[in-house]
Design a protein around this ligand. Structure first.
Ligand code: AMO
Length: 428
């Protein structure tokens, strides 16, 4: 049995011609022509053609599509259009057989609906379109981490099992924790703020949990968030960081992920920058002009955001929201205490990120908690850190899954999440 690969398929080149290699992968296609069989072998890096002749060919009866095999053979030039090289097989081992019919077609010739694909996600990953989405996601994470490190942000990992709500509000999953009630973290908000007192600039990329009974293409019960928090920065500074990260992601993947874009069938266009910055007050005026009944202080409904999104396609910041619409940790503007130093990053109607300058005075923070109907005693662990030299700080959280949908040009986050969790989906 030969199953130790010497090469990935993409590593075959003119230098390997005439050499013996061992490849491993899945049988994507199988064509028997008399005394010869042509196998299309796929591994994570590409496809190759395997030529099987003679005695080896007579023993191939049991081989079927999508089974996993290893092949020992000699690399040679090929006349076939779809391949750079071919392998003249000397030994073939069937390492595991695939059953037939398979629940989804990994080649994608027969299309399955998203629920069927999600129910068989591991097999769906053999479809090159799906695999490319997740390779792209990998590269997005790679460039985000690299850029944040260059900007001197330190990666942290905060607890996901917590004793009290980090964002306030009701959308918390609770669980029994050795006889006490614990919750799944909605965001790293409080911990990331606390870390600025020692590390100044921190970031986290982790999954967080929202018990929202939403059935949309943009809400999940478990989503991946990219969070930053930075001492000695204002909301304009962290908006600049966010814009440069988003632009960096687009530029990096548009150049470095050509094959993935081809497989997905979508060309990534570099967005226009600088991103427009529109205030909440301007948006209310825009909505009134088109006859919407909205007043200063009203939250923006999905229908409002769709109007605004049409007027401002692509990325834009929506800034200076009323204080009453923002969480307790957001700081007011000096010149107008009804307004906050806050922003959302929008992509058309879709909210990608929100953030702002935080309150760093413990007394004001306590009053704000009370104003929002929250009990400061529940936040004692957090509030104590504000007596230890809390620097002024700002930050944001951005949904990675939503960012991925903008890159790929789709409107369902489930396409970009391995095993999405929503009110109707808890397994696999
Ligand atoms: P917010 O609650 O706006 O802010 O969340 C930040 C971003 O996270 C993404 N997001 C979601 N994505 C998918 N499904 C969900 N259910 C979901 N909920 C949120 C969105 C959203 O813009 N602590 C603040 C951030 C901060 O101020 O630093 C927060 O969590 O893309």
């Amino acid at each position: 049995m030969v199953f130790v690969k010497t090469h990935d398929i993409s590593e075959l080149n003119s230098g390997t011609i005439g050499k013996e290699v061992v490849l491993g992968g899945w049988v994507e296609d199988l064509r028997k022509l008399g005394k010869m069989t042509f196998i299309t072998l796929r591994d994570v890096s590409g496809i190759s053609q395997i030529i099987v002749k003679g005695e080896l060919n007579d023993n191939l009866e049991e081989l079927n599509r999508q089974s996993v095999i290893s092949v020992r053979g000699i690399v040679q030039e090929t006349k076939a259009r779809d391949f750079d090289f071919e392998i003249k097989a000397e030994e073939i081992d069937v390492l595991a057989k695939a059953i037939h019919p398979l629940p989804v077609d990994p080649i994608g010739r027969l299309e399955s609906n998203i629920d069927t694909r999600l129910n068989h996600r591991a097999l769906d990953m053999r479809n090159q379109k799906t695999a490319s989405i997740f390779k792209l996601r990998h590269h997005v994470l790679e460039i985000l981490r690299k850029t944040l490190a260059e900007k001197k942000f330190i990666e942290i990992t905060t607890p996901k099992i917590i004793g009290s709500a980090s964002e306030g509000g009701a959308n918390l999953f609770s669980l029994d924790y050795f006889g006490k009630t614990a919750y799944l973290a909605q965001s790293p908000q409080l911990y990331k703020e606390q870390m600025t007192i020692g590390l100044e600039r921190v970031y986290e990329i982790s999954n967080f949990y929202r018990a929202e009974n939403s059935h949309t293409g943009r809400h999940l019960s478990e989503f991946t968030s990219i969070d930053i928090e930075a001492a000695f920065m204002d909301y304009n500074d962290v908006m600049n960081i966010l814009e440069s990260l988003v632009m960096g992601v687009y530029k990096f993947v548009s150049v470095n992920c050509k094959k993935e874009q081809e497989n997905i069938g979508h060309t990534i266009e570099i967005p226009k920058s600088p991103f427009e910055r529109i205030t909440y007050t301007q948006v209310i005026e825009e909505l009134k002009k088109v006859g919407e009944k909205v007043e200063f202080g009203d939250d923006l409904l999905d229908s409002h955001l769709r109007i605004i999104g049409k007027n401002h396609p692509g990325f834009y910041f929506l800034t200076d929201w009323p204080m009453k619409l923002k969480p307790f940790y957001i700081r007011e503007k000096d010149e107008d205490s009804k307004l906050s130093r806050s922003f959302d990053l929008q992509y058309g109607y879709l909210e990608l990120s929100s953030g702002g300058t935080r309150l760093h005075n413990p007394e004001t923070l306590k009053s704000r908690l009370k104003e929002q109907g929250l009990d400061p005693a529940q936040f004692a662990d957090h509030l104590q850190t504000f007596d230890w030299g809390m620097p002024p700080h700002s930050g944001w959280g951005m949904g990675l899954d939503r960012l991925m949908t903008t890159l790929i040009g789709i409107d369902n986050v489930r396409e970009v999440v391995l095993y999405p969790r929503d009110p109707d989906r808890l397994s696999p």
